[in-house]
Design a protein around this ligand. Structure first.
Ligand code: NAD
Length: 256
């Protein structure tokens, strides 16, 4: 039996590595999917590769623009009928520099997308779920939400903030039977890590990747599918008694 039969899922950052893998997983489990992203070309490519698995719509929108957020929520409900699952996942990595060299502008940009964008998504999706008296929200944080990493203070700050937002949303939404959890991946093989590897070691990005992998007991990066499997669990009724929790998915890093 498919785990998401008849459900409608909204995914921000839906054209990125983790977003597309999760969309495919949701579709294969019987959901219809709405992908929201800034990148129209990537949305078109995602739609082409995913439509064989089920109903997919794409919406170009900026998660930091409240009018865009209202529009992506309305278009999703108008087209798919509801929002049963919200994967609040859009994010950027920012620049790799020590705090003393980061600019306020770059710091605020990361906070705006990774935190304010997530807040706006919650603000406009939760009323839909409240009316339905059901739903599951998964907010994407990172292991960087649980520990510091030199060079990426804006990202680390933003991903710590996701935990507070998640806990508050979980407490507020419990009264109308909606669950809210956060996920905390270690490095995952997507565009974002290619960019960070260059930032960590501009002369030798491949070396930066090896250095990162050495810190992961299982000896490899996560794949987007690894993350999608966890998101599926949190989206489905298999996790019906889980809310307000932080789910690490880190190849064993927590143990060291
Ligand atoms: P990605 O860069 O492939 O995907 C991110 C997507 O978000 C992109 O398609 C981008 O266009 C979109 N986006 C960025 N700003 C946006 C905005 N303002 N409005 C709408 N869309 C916007 O990276 P990914 O690895 O798939 O990242 C997804 C999430 O996972 C992010 O929140 C990231 O911080 C988190 N994460 C990634 C890793 C990793 O190693 N890749 C590890 C932990 C957490």
């Amino acid at each position: 039996m498919a785990k998401l039969e008849g459900k409608a899922a909204l995914i921000t950052g839906g054209a990125g590595g983790i977003g597309v893998a999760t969309a495919e997983t949701f579709l294969k489990e019987g959901a219809s999917v709405s992908l929201v992203d800034l990148d129209q070309a990537a949305l078109d490519e995602a739609q082409k590769s995913l439509q064989q698995y089920g109903k997919v719509i794409t919406i170009k929108a900026n998660v930091t623009d409240e009018e865009d957020v209202k529009r992506y929520v309305k278009e999703t409900v108008d087209t798919l009928g509801s929002i049963d699952i919200f994967f609040n996942n859009a994010g950027i990595e920012g620049k790799v520099k020590p705090i003393v060299d980061q600019t306020l502008e770059d710091f605020n940009k990361v906070l705006n997308i990774n935190v304010s964008g997530m807040f706006l998504g919650l603000k406009h999706v939760l009323p839909i779920m409240s009316k339905q008296e059901s739903g599951s929200v998964i907010n994407t944080s990172s292991v960087a939400g649980l520990m510091g990493t030199p060079g990426v203070a804006p990202y680390v700050t933003s991903k710590h903030a996701v935990i507070g937002l998640t806990k508050n949303a979980a407490l507020e939404a419990a009264s109308y039977n909606v669950r809210v959890n956060s996920i905390h991946p270690s490095p995952v093989n997507t565009r974002m890590m290619r960019s960070l590897e260059k930032g960590f070691n501009p002369e030798d990005a491949e070396q930066a990747k090896e250095d990162q992998e050495k810190q992961i007991p299982l000896g490899r990066y996560g794949e987007s599918q690894d993350i999608a499997n966890l998101v599926l669990f949190l989206a489905s009724d298999d996790s019906s008694f889980i809310s307000g929790s932080q789910y690490r998915i880190d190849g064993g890093m927590a143990a060291s």
